[in-house]
Design a protein around this ligand. Structure first.
Ligand code: PLP
Length: 460
């Protein structure tokens, strides 16, 4: 491994939160108590928490200073005026509507832009995004390239939209029956895979020809911009800020979860160019979120988000972010561990099908692997496979997704390379003794979104 290619942390540590690894006996007891579901663990029992990168970010000293100038006026907070100015500047949109987090923006957008029975095309889906689209009568159609569904294909820009699929949808259903195209940068469920600038441009051209709007899921747009700078010809000398600006010039608006690339713990917004849609969103935000000058956020949270957005444009920050995730992935690859390639922006996904060849998908290999990883080293990860996919509403049978994975999600600016080493060493030692990973069976299975609260026991 070429250690030179992994930049050191571009920050120094001013405040620390002590963590301890519980004893092996305590970890085994905690996992049993949690029903072999990492979501049910107490955070205090976790040593390195890679459950999610959502809202788990560490803020900078500038952001914490910003918290102190929170203006908690009910209306017209100066922090809102600042956040609006910064968000408009960075993304180039005409209007910004604040929301408490990403799904708040998804709710508004779905209500104002989807008529019941219309199609919504997307590059794969995200759980809450799709939920809101369907709740508003939209019919979701996946138009991502086929390779995104294949864990074994290593190709750049795996998040790209398949233009032929989009053309076919327009031909079959008619442009007027398509509410909009929802383009996620990057694609979370495909493994944090980016979309190329060329693909965005091409989707824009096609949609413009047919008068179809495009809304971006901006959640991890800064990570996407880094991949463009690194891997797409002609963009190597552009700044991250310019790349982000260009990306969004190919859209009509965006939903943003501040909990990811805005480097804060809570917040979000909807951005939109159309005046009429903006008017509707502004009327609705009062019902669901709060005044259009806070949208569910405290003044101090808006200040932290405005500053976090600027932090995220820093070249050193995003290079370290992407490469720290890659470091973990490459250590695993070097040891022959099966992971999804290429390594994405926010997480490394273990391919549980190839990891646990002794288990069938119905024995919940990814769920069990996540449980054993915790018992081995106190590292918390998340199942993304058959448990997360749930059951078919009609037949009652388990969906059997192609991707049966364990997600190791890296929070922003929280852990060091040495933490990544602990994770890698644990995964590698588990792989050497993978037969110890045992089949599971449900002992409690909730009806909806079962992965959050389900409980299991050993099936053998
Ligand atoms: C997290 C996430 C959302 C939803 O945002 P929240 O802030 O959690 O409500 C939407 N899209 C993607 C791709 C996400 O990862």
């Amino acid at each position: 491994m070429n250690f030179q290619s992994y930049p050191a942390e571009p920050f120094k540590i001013k405040v620390v939160e002590p963590v301890v690894m519980k004893t092996r006996e305590e970890r085994i007891a905690a996992m049993k108590e949690a029903g072999y579901n990492t979501f049910n663990l107490k955070s205090e029992d976790v040593y390195i928490d890679l459950l999610t990168d959502s809202g788990t970010n560490a803020m900078s000293d500038r952001q914490w200073a910003g918290m102190m100038i929170g203006d908690e006026a009910y209306a017209g907070s100066k922090n809102w005026i600042y956040l609006e100015k910064i968000a408009k500047e960075i993304f180039g949109f005409k209007h910004i509507v604040p929301t408490h987090q990403g799904r708040g923006a998804e709710n508004l957008l779905s209500q104002i832009a989807i008529k019941p029975g219309q199609y919504v095309a997307g590059n794969m889906y995200f759980t809450t995004t799709r939920y809101h689209q369907e709740r508003c009568g939209g019919i979701f159609v996946d138009i991502i390239g086929d390779i995104a569904h294949d864990a074994t294909v290593n190709a750049p820009f795996k998040g790209n939209i398949d233009l032929d699929k989009l053309k076919k949808l327009i031909d079959d259903k008619g442009a007027e029956n398509i509410a909009y195209v929802c383009l996620a940068v990057t694609v979370n469920l495909a493994g944090g895979q980016p979309v190329s600038m060329a693909n965005m441009k091409a989707v824009r051209e096609l949609c413009s020809k047919h008068g179809i709007k495009i809304f971006f899921d901006a959640t991890r747009c800064v990570e996407n911009a880094y991949f463009i700078k690194e891997q797409e010809k002609g963009y190597e000398n552009c700044s991250i800020k310019d790349l982000v600006h260009e990306m969004f010039s190919y859209s009509d608006g965006a939903t943003m979860s501040g909990k990811k690339d805005c480097i804060v713990n809570i917040g979000g917004f909807l951005a939109i160019n159309d005046d009429e849609l903006f008017g509707k969103a502004k009327e609705l935000v009062v019902v669901y979120e709060g005044m259009p000058s806070y949208g569910g956020m405290a003044g101090r949270d808006m200040q932290a988000m405005a500053i976090g957005l600027q932090d995220s444009m820093q070249e050193e920050y995003i290079e370290h972010r992407i490469k720290q995730v890659r470091y973990l992935g490459e250590r695993l690859l070097q040891a022959g561990i099966p992971i999804i390639e290429p390594i994405g922006g926010h997480a490394v996904f273990l391919d549980a099908r190839r990891f646990c060849t002794h288990l069938k998908q119905e024995q919940f290999p990814a769920q069990s692997l996540a449980a054993f990883l915790y018992m081995d080293s106190g590292v918390r990860s998340m199942e993304r496979g058959i448990v997360s996919a749930g059951r078919d509403k009609k037949t009652g049978k388990n969906h059997t997704p192609k991707l049966e994975t364990v997600r190791l999600t890296v929070p922003r600016r929280v852990y060091t390379y040495k933490h990544m080493d602990v994770v890698a060493d644990s995964v590698i030692s588990l792989f050497k003794n993978k037969e110890q990973i045992r089949p599971l069976k449900f002992i409690y299975e909730p009806q909806q979104l079962r992965f959050f609260t389900a409980k299991f026991d050993f099936a053998d």
